[in-house]
Design a protein around this ligand. Structure first.
Ligand code: 5AD
Ligand code: SF4
Length: 485
């Protein structure tokens, strides 16, 4: 580990120009033009994190952020393609923005992110309301594209990159609490889960230079942030080879080239400061190692919480999903978590009604939920995404009413599990990071424990950003309530 830290120190020294670039970005944003941009984000945390990169790039060009769409000269929707419903929501939003554009002809509207990549020219031809279409790897070209759009031309860049990690760009934080932040550690995904459009919209996997990750975490801590979430589609396959172009990823002996793996990165971020909590998402059951679990167990400030999407509890269904693990493997990983981090919170993503799913396979998913005792799950019914392996290989043959019924059973099961898990916490005391004033009462704060459960408690004399110990007095399926002790 020390060698690694030395290596990072050395790199910091060698690449001090990169550090300068990071500062430069922050300084240059003091220049202003008179234009305002407005940005809305849809979908996953990665998309929200990307919007912060976009805000940084635009800030550097002198654009100011506005949260009032009617003040904006540029309106961006950072879109999601993962399910059909997400795309429908964005289309509806675009239509309502068009009404504003009718009143203000100079307004430029841009579609960013996964939908931009997926629908490219369709947006420009069919949806006259869009002026810019910019894919997730093309945000550096935004200033040029805006200029082009200002001259009345439609501007498009949806090229995917093998290298882009935006490593040198200091994100402009768009959330207002100032306590928790996302740090993107990698981009893209090399897994080919058959239901998933992400490998097509976000391209090949690449890992970000760890020195820039540590610099970002340190900067956040110094600004008063107390929790960072390291983001990637599959964080367990984070691997830094010392090569910013990520070329080494394609060599035969990949493992031998890895200088920093995910467990080591976690440790390095945990060492930034014991008061900085570290979370991460998303873990892949095939890749999560005992080394990662031992690292979580070793550091108090690495949160005891793992989002470990199972997708299905049936080995046959997992094979059609191309998840590359089976039911027994997943159970083994859950057992390892329980053994190495006994107090760990576990959550999941679950898909109901995937192609060919039988009633028995659905029952396997329900029994897997009982086995894993998830504290929380994100649950969906399958929606076919054009171009994916499943769309090409399998019929979307589970009728909608059956998909919905199975999803309802999964949701009911999860509500029950969440309630039971929360009731078990009554009488325990947890360290909580005070995040914000509770939505329901001005007199109460809320914050999370290490296991990612939301806890509500009377404000007392504490302030946002403090750590407090809360004794749990009551619980429902969504939250715990208690008092500071
Ligand atoms: N249909 C339904 N759910 C999907 N997900 C990804 N693709 C699809 C799809 N085509 C879910 C998976 C994934 C989460 C982010 O979204 O559960 O883990
Ligand atoms: Fe999609 Fe699978 Fe990659 Fe997750 S791991 S982004 S579900 S392909």
């Amino acid at each position: 580990m020390n060698e690694l830290l030395d290596y990072i120190e050395q790199k910091k020294h060698d690449e001090s120009r990169q550090g300068e670039a990071l500062n430069l970005e922050l300084n240059e944003s003091s220049y202003k033009n008179n234009k305002h941009f407005y940005i809305e984000s849809y979908g996953c945390a990665m998309n929200f994190s990307d919007s912060e990169i976009v805000a940084s790039i635009l800030g550097k060009q002198g654009y100011s952020l506005t949260t009032n769409i009617f003040d904006a000269d540029l309106v961006f929707l950072n879109t999601c393609s993962i399910r059909e419903k997400a795309e429908q929501t964005v289309r509806q939003r675009l239509r309502s923005i068009n009404e504003i554009k009718e009143q203000k002809s100079t307004l430029l509207v841009g579609v960013l992110g996964c939908m931009a990549e997926r629908l490219k020219s369709k947006f420009l031809e069919e949806e006259k309301l869009v002026d810019l279409v910019v894919g997730p790897d093309a945000y550096r070209s935004l200033p040029d594209l805006i200029q082009e759009a200002e001259t009345g031309h439609k501007a498009v860049n949806v090229l995917l990159s093998r290298e882009e990690t935006y490593a040198d760009i200091a994100p402009v934080r768009l959330d207002t609490t100032g306590i928790t932040a996302f740090i993107s550690i990698m981009r893209g995904c090399n897994n080919m889960c058959s239901f998933c459009v992400v490998p097509f919209t976000r391209g090949r996997e690449r890992s970000r230079n760890p020195q820039t990750i540590i610099a970002e975490a340190t900067d956040l801590f110094n600004k008063g942030y107390r929790e960072v979430t390291l983001l990637g589609q599959n964080v367990d396959s984070y691997r830094w080879t010392g090569d910013d172009t990520n070329k080494a990823d394609d060599t035969e002996n990949k493992e031998a080239n890895v200088l920093v793996n995910f467990a080591q990165l976690l440790e390095m971020v945990a060492l930034v400061n014991p008061l900085l909590r570290v979370r991460f998402s998303t873990s892949h059951p095939k890749d999560i190692t005992d080394e990662v679990l031992h690292t979580i167990a070793k550091y108090n400030n690495i949160c005891s919480y793992i989002h470990l999407p199972v997708q299905s509890g049936s080995s046959a269904c997992l094979e059609r999903m191309n998840r590359t693990y089976d039911r027994a493997w997943y159970m083994n990983r859950v057992e390892a978590i329980r053994r190495i981090i006994p107090d760990c919170g576990i959550s999941s993503d679950i898909i109901a009604g995937f192609c060919g799913e039988t009633e028995e396979e659905h029952q396997d998913t329900l029994s897997m939920m009982d086995f894993a005792q998830y504290d929380y799950s994100y649950m969906f019914f399958y929606s076919e995404r054009p171009g994916t392996l499943a769309a090409r290989k399998f019929a979307d043959d589970v009728p909608l009413d059956i998909k919905k019924r199975r999803l309802a059973e999964i949701v009911d099961k999860q509500y029950q599990l969440s309630l039971e898990s929360n009731l078990r916490d009554i009488g325990k005391t947890y360290e909580v990071l005070v995040e914000k004033v509770s939505k329901k009462s001005e007199e109460e704060y809320c914050g999370r424990n290490s296991q990612n459960k939301m806890i509500i408690f009377p404000k007392g004399n504490y302030k946002i950003g403090d750590y407090v110990n809360v004794y749990i007095e009551s619980a429902n399926k969504a939250t715990l309530k208690g008092k500071v002790v």
